[in-house]
Design a protein. Structure first.
Length: 448
């Protein structure tokens, strides 16, 4: 682990003891705090205002019971969360995750990351995150609707276009946002499009929102490659996951001339040396909601590796797009040894601290999630702008805006890394640039 500034180390220990057992939250704070020593030297006012201490403490944490009746008539109980972390730059903004692993520590790590990610976009959005330990896998459509409605029966009193604007994340896509928006409308009697993003195109959604996180991550890697006078053209790429982020990462890489040879889910991975057939994958995952092992029924030359390690497959560009801590130290070492020159994180915190260290030491182009996957939330903010103006932009216009935003985020991280004496280190660049934007606003707003 890199050495932490002494003052910051004390704050970190306090975070750990005040939030026992929340290991992912500890990991996410540590990773940001490690970059901040030099910032306090340049900005002593942040120390006086206790900005780091305040930023590590969520403004509000809501935990609630979600009772619902399944399609067999049985009552089920889940736990719901919304952590409203920081609203210095705008209303809380961040997705909802439905996955059995969700607990407060996961929601807080995601919410904490979201503060800095949202700041990097330059758009007026604060940071928050939420979700539930509900497992949507294998559930009927009626079960999903019943759960979403019950979840919204509590959440509605905490959200609003000027307060908190949730979106999707793992297990929450267009269908779930639709059920939640419907219930919000019913309870409040308000057609308030700005209350959720990721909406359907017929009822207030934005073109490109579905594609945005994946496309944005690829644009970010494209910029990192450009800074090294390289491109995606002809590159063998490895993508993990087979959900929203993975699918549109694959699509954009193919458009830019790269070849993606893998995708995965929590049961195994696919290796298709001819390049993943995206149409087939979309049919299986988005339309029929099947598992990726079925892919090989239609592409006979492709291999399905159950429980295998996807990062053993040699690639030049790796884009982890499934979940946290999916690349550990030995995976990172394997990737580097096999000739990987760039990693762009579509997922949040997919690389463990040991893995990050290996990427940084190898000096490959490593784009951390809070910078690389900011395209999703940025396009959500564009959806909010269109809702506020009662307008809808074309696909081309919105994609162009997304691309400009990703280019700006890259430049900001790149320049900040140089300014703070660590050229090429996008981890420091992203942490420092995001932190400074939020910290300045917090100083201006006083002790609130
Ligand atoms: P989806 O639910 O659409 O897809 C998630 C994919 O990751 C699935 O293939 C899933 O497999 C796999 N996965 C999830 N959990 C695990 C696990 N514990 N182990 C192995 N595989 C797993 O989610 P998204 O594509 O939206 O999100 C993927 C990542 O991107 C997450 O880290 C999310 O936080 C991040 N992200 C998403 C944004 C968005 O706009 N959606 C924005 C920014 C970041 P299975 O079906 O087997 O569970």
């Amino acid at each position: 682990m890199p050495r932490m500034d002494e003052k910051v180390e004390t704050i970190y220990h306090d975070v750990v003891s005040r939030n026992p057992g929340e290991t992912e939250f500890h990991q996410a704070t540590r990773e940001v705090l490690e970059s901040l020593g030099p910032v306090l030297v340049k900005h002593p006012e942040f120390t006086g205002h206790k900005i780091i201490e305040r930023i590590c403490e969520p403004e509000r944490q809501i935990i609630f019971r979600v009772p619902w009746r399944d399609d067999k008539g049985e009552v089920q109980i889940n736990r719901g969360f919304r952590v409203e972390f920081n609203s210095a730059l705008g209303p809380y903004k961040g997705g909802l995750r439905f996955h059995p692993s969700v607990y407060l520590g996961i929601v807080k790590f995601l919410g904490f990351e979201q503060i800095f990610k949202n700041a990097l976009t330059g758009l007026p959005i604060g940071g928050g995150k939420g979700g539930s330990d509900f497992d949507p896998k294998g559930k009927s459509n009626d079960d999903i609707m019943s759960f979403c409605q019950s979840f919204m029966n509590e959440l509605y009193r905490h959200i609003g276009q000027y307060t908190d604007v949730p979106a999707g994340d793992i297990g929450v896509g267009g269908r779930e946002i639709g059920f939640m928006f419907g219930q919000y409308k019913r309870i409040t009697n308000r057609w308030e499009s700005g209350v959720l993003t990721g909406k359907g195109l017929d009822w207030g959604g934005s073109l490109v929102r579905t594609e945005a996180t994946g496309y944005g991550a690829v644009f970010f890697v494209e910029e990192m490659l450009k800074a090294r006078k390289d491109t995606f053209e002809g590159k063998i790429c490895s993508v993990s996951g087979s959900g929203n982020v993975a699918i549109y990462t694959i699509e954009k890489i193919h458009q830019l001339g790269g070849k993606v040879v893998t995708c995965s889910d929590s049961n195994g991975y696919i290796y298709d040396e001819k390049g993943i057939d995206l149409q087939l994958m979309q049919q299986l995952k988005e339309v029929e909601r099947r598992r990726i092992k079925d892919y090989v029924q239609y592409r006979k030359h492709a291999k399905y590796v159950a429980k295998g390690n996807i990062w053993e497959v040699p690639c030049q560009v790796a884009m982890p797009s499934a979940t946290q801590n999916e690349i550990n130290g030995s995976d990172a070492a394997k990737l580097v040894k096999n000739g990987c020159i760039a990693v762009g994180e579509g997922a949040n915190m997919p690389t463990t601290p040991e893995g990050v260290k290996i990427f940084l030491e190898a000096q490959i182009a490593y784009g951390p999630g809070k910078a690389a996957n900011a395209g999703g939330v940025a396009t959500s903010a564009l959806e909010m702008q269109q809702n506020a103006q009662r307008d809808s932009w074309t696909f081309e216009h919105t994609e162009k805006r997304l691309q400009e935003i990703m280019k700006n985020i890259h430049e900001l991280c790149y320049e900040t890394a140089i300014e703070y004496g660590t050229p090429g280190n996008y981890v420091n660049g992203a942490n420092i640039a995001g932190f400074i934007r939020v910290a300045k606003a917090m100083v201006a707003l006083g002790v609130v």
